[in-house]
Design a protein. Structure first.
Length: 201
């Protein structure tokens, strides 16, 4: 089994936040690959599916971002899933809007959901880092990630979510480099700066 977790905060008020791009990716994966109905388990909304012959557990932890690792760790222990077969989709302020990078291991880089995942899983899970840009001032980061995507963001956001779902078989097979390349080929990043994106292009 492979666990794919999208990070975000539960509730309607957070639904369109930049911080919830991981939830958005999980929803698109479920739609694209016709996953089963959503159920409540492991302090998460989960869906079961199959991609390229592999069983996939799709998770959206409902613990709020800072405790995401608790939920993912619970599922991983229950199914005895090795840490390198866990892929976590999350927002990344150190990448420009629309940029996408795969990474295995490393630190949290200020992302509290990833920090929690490291605490509960160790560091060697795979991260699907979805760029949302930096507001330019560290004091503005909190408001930036908890703000909704701007209208100007919608074209690249939709393209990246679609690409993440469409190219997923490469990640399922363990070829993260090819997966990253395919996502960026299908959804090239926009040409405006992170500050422009934060302000609506």
């Amino acid at each position: 089994m492979i666990i794919i977790a999208g990070l975000g905060n539960p509730g309607a008020k957070y639904e369109k936040n930049r911080h919830n791009i991981g939830f958005m990716a999980a929803d698109e994966i479920a739609r694209r690959w016709r996953f089963g109905p959503e159920k409540a388990k492991f302090q998460s909304k989960i869906q079961d599916g199959e991609i390229e012959g592999e069983k996939v557990l799709l998770m959206k932890p409902q613990t709020f971002m800072n405790e995401s690792g608790r939920a993912i760790g619970e599922a991983a222990r229950f199914y005895k899933v090795p840490v390198d077969r866990i892929i976590i989709f999350h927002d990344e302020i150190d990448l420009a809007p629309g940029r996408f990078r795969m990474k295995k291991g490393g630190g949290a880089a200020g992302q509290n959901g990833i920090r929690s995942a490291i605490a509960h899983l160790g560091a060697d899970f795979r991260r699907a880092r979805m760029g949302v840009g930096h507001p330019g001032d560290p004091k503005l980061v909190h408001a930036h990630v908890l703000g909704d995507f701007a209208k100007a963001d919608q074209p690249w956001l939709e393209a990246m979510l679609n690409a993440c779902a469409d190219a997923l078989p490469f990640a399922i097979k363990g070829d993260d480099e090819r997966y990253q390349g395919e996502v960026m080929r299908l959804a090239p990043a926009p040409k405006f700066s992170p500050r422009q994106a934060a302000n609506g292009g």
